[in-house]
Design a protein around this ligand. Sequence first.
Ligand code: HDE
Length: 681
Amino acid sequence: MKDNRNVNESSKNEQLEQFRTDDRGEKLTTNQGVKVSEDEFSLKAGVRGPTLLEDFHFREKMTHFDHERIPERVVHARGFAAHGEFQVYESMKKYTKAKFLQDPAVKTPVFVRFSTVVGFRGSAETVRDVRGFATKFYTEEGNYDLVGNNMPVFFIQDAIKFPDLVHAIKPEPHNEMPQASAAHDTFWDFVANNQESAHMIMWALSDRALPRSFRMMEGFGVHTFRLVNEEGISHFVKFHWKPVLGVHSLVWDEAQKIAGKDPDFNRRDLWESIEQGNYPEFELGIQVIKEEDEFSFDFDILDPTKLWPEEDIPVQIIGKMTLNRNVDNVFAETEQVAFHPGHVVPGIDFTNDPLLQGRLFSYTDTQLLRLGGPNFHEIPINRPVCPFHNNQRDGFHRQTINKGPVSYHNNSIANNTPSPASEEEGGYVHYQEKVEGRKVRARSDSFKDHFSQAKLFWNSMSGPEKQHIIDAFSFELGKVKSKSIQQQVVDMFANVDLEMTREFAKNIGAVPPEEGGSAVTKSSPALSQEKTKKLPATRKVGVIAADGFNGEIMKVLEALKAEGIMPVIISSRLGKIKGSDGSELEVQDTFLTTESVLVDAIYATGGSGGTKKFQQDAAYFIHEAFAHYKPIGVTHEGRNWLENSGKNNAAGIVLGDGAESFAEEFIQAIAQHRFWERELV
Ligand code: HDE
């Protein structure tokens, strides 16, 4: 293959095309290509006799089946992915020579895998957890992986503690419980005895751990990386993904119910959005610190338990990623994709963040086991879109057929090729950071403040967000059996905020702290979700209607659709329902097949033909949506339920009779997402 790196026209999709197969309409064959005449009965000695060893078709089919599973990821096992593309808004030449960040006309193919961290591969998706946000950019200079999370900091400061963290948070080994949850003794024992986790715990107990959608969460590179330009000048950088739809969350009770009603809630949302052409979009942002300012902050920029407040170091938005294609096969693509923070391209480099340094070892190591050997880069989803050449050979599942006798360097037979490329020719040259020091196993003093940013985060939360954190502490620690561990956690968080800790200490029956609290008064408004972008588009509205519905609602439905809102007609039975004016609606879900937790808002309109059972089921749906602070639109017969419940004046209840102003007001309420004022009703 000629090493011509102009890949802009050849998308990853085209590359994948040669590996895709569609068996529809074909004859059944063995893997050797032999046509199979019978696939229901194994070969036997007589119709009632033993199965014969020579039945090669049976043995091949069964052996393949017996080997169909590979080890799930030790963390981030439960994930879902999509294809898309990335474009930079303007050349980033000033900061980096990375080719994919130079030209706004270049569309770089990407593959993004979102995940939960703790749960097994089949676990529910809406559990309280950090979410992985891993992006593979197939650039013309090779693959670049930005393997991030939806929270900007991490639990630990040194990679050597990662196995301990993961052992503590996974189900306890003696009884393998609880699944996909941090609410148990070993995790909180770890927290209390590894207090660098304080800041991350604040994030993990906040609404960020319950994303409404993968499309509505931020992504963070977490570590400080380097961008290096043509002149060799390096800047420290933090990466951000900002969702165009804003950052939105579920409420805890809702998230737990969804885990049972639809354990696939987040992947279904992503899958359906892409199928419907509502392509998820994320803007890429960078925070930049000059090399000479490394020590100008009251935290160490190499410490992964610290964020850079956006108000001090603004996020510059530099490009946009659009996810526009679902996978064809989850195993082949989503399961076999292999990310690695060490997959970088010229112009992007590392820092000495000790968590990042450890990750640079761990990811290849884990893929060797998970994907069964050293050739996982040849699996279609992992192949770069540009050619690759080296002297690495052989190993399990090798697919490349290397020609010629040379597999070593230096050589004369092949004129010393493949040959290293100079920096000018695009060769990756590591940033020449000066390093000096004694070999020590130690933590830098500059990494020892564990509470100031935990308090910064607390200070930045709105009232309802603070209450959710207190509730989460109360839930998580309420599930802990050991009084000693509960008290240790209380004593630890007394160092963050006294009021907060007293509240949850009271709720779990621990001794509230008398004194403590961090003196930090600073806040970072960007950390709160309260001021996030609020858009109605792609929100699901459950429209509760029965026979005899008022024909005026058609206009409301049209107005919702015009804003990109997705109405779902819910009634007692599937099929068509008839309106008072003869208009018809196709029922998409019944009270049995869906649930109020699966929609963002309820539009209760009813119908003169609604039975008693319909009224009862509808009342349950509305009541639950109300308890989850969701917008509720009410017109026509829908009013009966409200009047019975006495909730007419509560926030987020929009009353009307199908008038235009109703639709407008309801759309605004849908964009608002939640009405926390109801806490006070
Ligand atoms: Fe990972 N992490 N991690 N991690 N991580 C893995 O790699 C590891 C960390 C992240 O969708 C594993 O292929 C260590 C931070 C994501 O395929 C493993 C340390 C961040 C994914 C691994 C960390 C992440 C992983 C498991 C501490 C955010 C899923 C399977 C030093 C910046 C990628 C695998 C996907 C997956 C190791 C900490 C993000 C074992 C040792 C911090 C999004 O290699």
